[in-house]
Design a protein around this ligand. Structure first.
Ligand code: GLU
Length: 303
């Protein structure tokens, strides 16, 4: 199937809606300055076909999409022992909520809420040079160097009061081994990574290929681990709207407040959409519509 005309059509259809609705994330000052009227889409198939349209090569702040890659590193470093530190249930509450942590003794519900990603990052800080590892992994996966955005990382560090609270709260339950400042520094840097839709469509390729590297074929994760990442994306990957995403789109997805969403069609392709204005759920408004159009037109869904 040739996807290029379809992606161009999706962008052309949605372009008139740019800047009309949704809000760019404003709680991180450096993100509030991103112009809302941008829309990109890119995909890469298991056979190596690539298609992309709109602002597909503009780097953006991947934010919580980085939680996919910290989870991947955590699974590689710790294997099943990772699950002693983290759950796998949807939280049903905000991605930065403190409420559940109190009643559940500091054990985060899943690796895609902030508390969960901070717990995984703590394990990585113990096991390796966490900040270097994620850049190495991503650069290797997409075949180009990938960098932190120091301005965004500093902006988050200056205003990330809830994340500081979450980390200290977990530390008080004995759930973090490392210094809170060190763990948060790695976490904020992970969120600050800048990548384009095309780079993310390439980098996530192992998730539609049973864990195999998109270019070399080496196992990034085992087949079972890759399946589990997809399961977590479907159930927990889009904030408190995972049910709505399964209903409207029917693919494992992971979103970030920078306006990016990656989606996996197992055994077929990975795709990434980006548009900075968000719905109240925290997911990209036009990104979600673009994914919905894509699955409606292609019939590609896991259901
Ligand atoms: N850096 C953001 C935070 O921790 C990530 C939020 C997101 O994309 O979900 O608040």
């Amino acid at each position: 199937m040739l996807f290029q005309p379809l992606l161009e059509e999706i962008v052309a259809t949605l372009r008139p809606e740019l800047g009309r609705a949704g809000q760019v994330a404003s709680y991180i000052p450096a993100l509030a300055r991103v112009p809302a009227a941008q829309l990109g889409i890119a995909l890469r198939t298991c056979d190596g076909e690539e298609a992309h349209a709109g602002d597909s090569m503009t780097p953006f702040s991947i934010q919580s999409i980085s939680k996919l890659f910290t989870l991947t590193l955590g699974m590689r470093e710790l294997g099943d022992a990772l699950w002693e530190h983290i759950g796998r249930e949807p939280s049903g509450s905000a991605f930065n909520s403190l409420v559940q942590l109190e009643s559940e003794h500091g054990l985060p519900r899943n690796p895609f809420i902030n508390a969960g990603a901070i717990a995984v990052t703590d394990r990585l800080v113990s096991a390796c040079d966490a900040k270097a590892e994620i850049l190495t992994l991503l650069s290797d996966l997409c075949g180009e160097p990938v960098y932190f955005d120091e301005e965004v990382a500093a902006s988050e560090a200056a205003t990330g009061f809830r994340n500081v609270a979450l980390a200290n709260f977990m530390k008080s339950f004995g759930r973090l081994d490392n210094d809170v400042g060190t763990v948060l520094d790695a976490y904020f840097h992970d969120c600050s990574i800048r990548m384009s839709c095309l780079q993310l469509a390439r980098a996530t390729g192992y998730l539609c290929r049973d864990g195999a590297h998109p270019y070399t074929g080496m196992q990034v994760l085992t087949e079972r681990q890759a399946r589990r990442v997809n399961a977590l994306m479907l159930t927990c990957g889009t904030y408190d709207a995972a049910g709505e995403f399964a209903f409207r789109i029917g693919l494992p997805c992971k979103s970030g407040v920078g306006g990016g969403i990656v989606a996996v069609v197992p055994d077929r392709l990975t795709l990434c959409v980006w548009s900075p204005a968000l719905e109240p759920s925290g997911n990209s408004l036009l990104g979600t519509k673009a994914l919905e159009m894509f699955t409606a037109r292609t019939g590609l869904s896991i259901f």
